[in-house]
Design a protein around this ligand. Structure first.
Ligand SMILES: [Zn+2]
Ligand SMILES: [Zn+2]
Length: 224
């Protein structure tokens, strides 16, 4: 399967070449190609500043682990894996101290400088400054939802699910748990109106402006 997550982040040099805020410096240090385009795209697709914070920090963590060498990448072969590791390292409530200590030891044995990585993590406030000052993206109006933004978000989530499921099937196959010659995973999104049971593709629901049964109701009300 083509990795659709890579769409839009092609080989053009990142616009942040030269931006000297922490985001730009970290993007350089970890060679996070296309980071600015990705931040812009996600922000337009309704990602919050905190979502972007998680996105950047997970990329930093993933890159550090990949650069460290052999053993750990096997441990984090899926995005779910990186997300789970990030949560443990982050552990804002301090509920996973023991697990965190184990993970830190394991990462350091693999050659990851965990302190350096966590020092490089970026706060959502820094992301905001970078968007405003370096990318001229206005975050003052916290993005109100638009049909276009919603479609982008849903498509992003759909193709992300597809990647994760596809990767999982591949791992099952590699582990000889299932036999499929050429597994092709597809994920599609439908929205069902439970009032009447009709189901819609997202674009169709947006185009229609709602479910027909609602429209019927409101027309009836207007007539009364
Ligand atoms: Zn910047
Ligand atoms: Zn309905």
């Amino acid at each position: 399967m083509v990795d659709s997550e890579q769409n839009g982040s092609d080989t053009r040099p990142s616009e942040s070449d030269g931006c000297s805020c922490k985001v730009g410096r970290v993007a350089d240090r970890y060679t996070l190609g296309g980071l600015d385009e990705e931040l812009r795209r996600r922000y337009t697709a309704e990602a919050s500043l905190r979502d972007l914070e998680t996105f950047v920090n997970e990329r930093i963590l993933r890159t550090a682990i990949e650069q460290a060498g052999e053993a750990v990448p096997a441990l984090v072969s899926s995005d779910r894996g990186i997300g789970a590791l990030y949560e443990v390292l982050r552990d804002e409530e301090g509920t996973a101290a023991a697990e965190q200590a184990r993970l830190v030891t394991r990462l350091e044995q693999a050659g990851v400088d965990v302190d350096a990585v966590t020092d490089d993590w970026i706060s959502h406030a820094t992301i905001r400054t970078h968007l405003n000052d370096c990318l001229s993206v206005d975050t003052a109006r916290e993005a109100s939802i638009t049909p276009e933004g919603a479609i982008n978000t849903v498509e992003w989530a759909r193709s992300r699910s597809e990647s994760v499921v596809s990767e999982t099937v591949q791992r099952l196959k590699n582990a000889d748990v299932v036999e499929v010659t050429e597994p092709d995973v597809s994920v599609s999104v439908r929205i069902t109106c439970e009032a009447c049971g009709r189901s819609y593709a997202v674009q169709d629901l947006l185009d229609a402006g709602g479910c027909d049964c609602n429209r019927g109701d409101s027309l009836d009300e207007e007539r009364e």
